[in-house]
Design a binder for this molecule. Structure first.
Ligand SMILES: [Zn+2]
Length: 419
């Protein structure tokens, strides 16, 4: 018998409540139970993982996106082939059909750069969990009818499935021009706005110059790094606290708590830490709630800052998602600079600096965009001083007149040279 989707969401909600409670009571025992269940129910059905399904996590290799896609056919538990899934997903993207499926499984295309795109698979049950997670940990319960403006690069069945009498989703395609969004937002008057920081900053500008006139009670930042400056600007414009969600195609990994830290959902995730220094780490994630495409020891390329949180949760707390490991600037003699150093130097150069971008063109050449441009020299000097202090010699900084940002893509403030 097919269980109606809304009932599945309700069941998932109960399960999530229970699992969170059990985790907080005894984190290690809960994770051991979850790992056993994941092994028996999911890993045992994956050709790649079945031989080690009753072993320990150390038996599995750490992987990145390349290995995850290379072994796609053997990893998934439904015998779906990458070629087939990829062609269905590409066709759907071309004709903007947002609900492609293969053997009843929803197929999504990850937003990597072209040539590096991945495919992800989600079953109906997993979608129900995702919706329950959004309701439980992000939107919260409310008997008031709420309208959500959700900005996405492409729609997906994953998101539209949240529609209900209490929550009405308005989907905004990031590929559409800003003017269309503004008109629609003014008429929709959303209670909740979900979007990437670069988009939220455009809304701040539109609200300041009077084109936009909305009063959301919640703003949720997704997909890109939210810098403290942008957060302050958004919070000053729409007087609400910005919530952050750490999520990607591989799953929903964390969200901010009432104290403003981001907790990783360890009641369903095993998080191993690849330490970069005393507080920064790159997470290696095992998602024990995935069923169709198990995510095992998947190394993300995000740099997270660990912190302590006093809100009462035992789940790992993150004060900031600093950026991607790709954003770490590398110079001659193996010198490196984390994106946060660059950010502090530029923002600290003048209080009026509201936007900037750094593109590293070679190990000794940087292009710098600063807005307002009148402060370009100050920013450039601050960077030069930073390089001197860090013992990085002979860096040529050139002026970039406009920022580089393709419509609909993630905005990257810091582009390191790929090595
Ligand atoms: Zn907390």
């Amino acid at each position: 018998m097919r269980v109606p989707f809304k009932l599945q969401v309700l069941l998932a909600l109960c399960r999530l409540e229970f699992e969170r409670w059990r985790y907080e009571r005894n984190p290690r025992a809960h994770q051991r139970t979850m790992w056993k269940r994941f092994g028996a129910r999911t890993l045992a059905r994956s050709p790649q993982y079945a031989p080690d399904a009753d072993g320990s996590i150390a038996d599995f290799a750490v992987q990145g996106k390349v290995e995850f896609m290379r072994d796609f056919d053997d990893i998934n538990t439904r015998g779906i082939k990458l070629d087939e899934a990829m062609s269905v997903a590409m066709d759907a993207e071309r004709c903007r059909d947002f609900a492609p499926t293969v053997s009843g499984i929803t197929v999504g295309l990850s937003s990597g750069t072209s040539g590096n795109r991945g495919v992800f698979l989600v079953s109906e049950k997993e979608r129900a969990y995702w919706v329950a997670m959004v309701l439980q940990r992000i939107l919260g319960f409310s008997l008031k009818r709420r309208k959500v403006a959700f900005f996405l690069r492409a729609n997906s069945k994953l998101y539209t499935s949240v529609q209900s009498r209490l929550i009405q989703f308005g989907f905004f395609d990031l590929l559409q021009p800003m003017q269309n969004h503004i008109a629609r937002l003014n008429s929709l008057q959303p209670d909740i706005v979900v979007g990437q920081p670069s988009l939220l900053m455009m809304l701040v500008e539109a609200q300041h110059n009077g084109q936009l006139n909305i009063l959301p009670s919640r703003i949720i930042s997704v997909a890109e790094v939210l810098s403290p400056e942008d957060q302050r600007a958004i919070e000053a414009c729409f007087p609400v606290t910005v919530q952050q969600v750490y999520q990607c195609n591989e799953g929903m990994f964390g969200q901010s708590c009432a104290h403003g830290n981001i907790h990783l959902n360890e009641d369903g995730l095993l998080i191993e830490k690849d330490w970069l220094d005393a507080t920064r780490f790159v997470p290696i994630i095992t998602d024990m709630r995935r069923m169709v495409q198990p995510v095992v020891r998947y190394k993300m390329n995000d740099i997270l800052h660990i912190t302590e949180c006093t809100c009462g949760s035992n789940m790992i707390a993150i004060s900031q998602i600093e950026g991607r490991t790709d954003d770490v600037l590398k110079f001659h003699n193996e010198r490196i600079l984390f994106p946060d150093f660059i950010r502090r130097a530029i923002i600290g150069a003048h209080p009026e600096i509201s936007n900037y971008q750094i593109i590293q063109e070679s190990p000794s050449k940087l292009a710098l965009f600063v807005s307002p441009s009148i402060h370009w020299e100050a920013a450039s000097m601050a960077l030069t001083e930073l390089f001197q202090v860090q013992d990085i010699a002979d860096i040529d900084i050139q002026r970039l007149e406009t920022k580089r940002h393709l419509l609909g893509s993630k905005f990257r403030r810091i582009h390191a040279k790929r090595h």
